[in-house]
Design a protein around this ligand. Structure first.
Ligand code: COA
Length: 185
């Protein structure tokens, strides 16, 4: 399927449904609640700063849904929003995508991202233009680092003092990658 077409689809993966989260106030309030109740972990997903209000979420998702740079799918089970997974940076000209994900606290520890990764990888690698998937995470994000390793990503580098969190903490970043030639269909 053509890459952009996934944007309008509901994708079933076992008991989960992947679907772009509509930019509505209802979802904005829910996402704001999830993020603000778990700042300690969600800062890994939003290292430039967390949402300030539901309105901030709404504008951010609205803008995101207009663009073609990202394609992040809400992860739903029984119509409940559990998190997101997808492409946080699509670099079609250079043939690469960055993969990203987060889960609400109550959905963690069940292997959900590991279950969904193969489907997300397939979306990218089935495109002729995509030769590589990248996965970046904070050096102290053990859960994300373990997901990269579990899914066969190679650690390509540690970028020291790559970023600074709003609280002033200076962070090292791990750069993982998987090549199309390493992908097991
Ligand atoms: C990253 C995230 C989605 C992972 O959630 P998950 O898929 O439920 O992953 P788990 O909690 O099962 O953790 C994955 C693995 O890391 C291990 N792990 C997690 N935290 C750990 C810790 N502090 N020490 C050692 N191992 C740890 C788990 O045991 C699991 O190992 P396994 O696959 O061998 O069972 C979730 O932690 C999250 O939403 N974090 C906040 C946002 C975020 O960091 N997003 C990614 C940005 S790069």
């Amino acid at each position: 399927m053509e890459f952009e077409a996934f944007r309008n689809k509901k994708i079933k993966v076992g008991e989960y449904v992947l679907m772009i989260i509509p930019a509505t106030m209802e979802y904005a309030k829910e996402i704001f609640k999830i993020v603000s109740q778990d700042e300690k972990n969600m800062i890994f997903w939003m290292p430039d700063g967390l949402f300030e209000s539901p309105e901030h979420v709404l504008v951010s998702y609205y803008k995101r849904n207009l663009g073609t740079r990202t394609m992040l799918f809400g992860i739903f089970k029984d119509n409940k929003l559990l998190g997101e997974i997808g492409f946080s940076n699509i670099m079609q000209k250079s043939g690469k995508v960055d993969i990203g994900y987060w889960l609400r606290k109550s959905a963690r520890g069940k292997g959900i991202i590991n279950k969904l990764m193969p489907r997300i990888e397939k979306m990218a690698f089935e495109q002729d233009w995509c030769h590589k998937i990248q996965l970046h995470c904070d050096a102290k994000n053990i859960a994300s680092k373990t997901i990269a390793e579990h899914n066969g990503y190679t650690l390509e580098g540690v970028i020291r003092q790559d970023s600074k969190w709003p609280n002033g903490s200076i962070r090292d970043k791990l750069y993982f990658g998987k090549l199309k030639s390493e992908w097991k269909k």
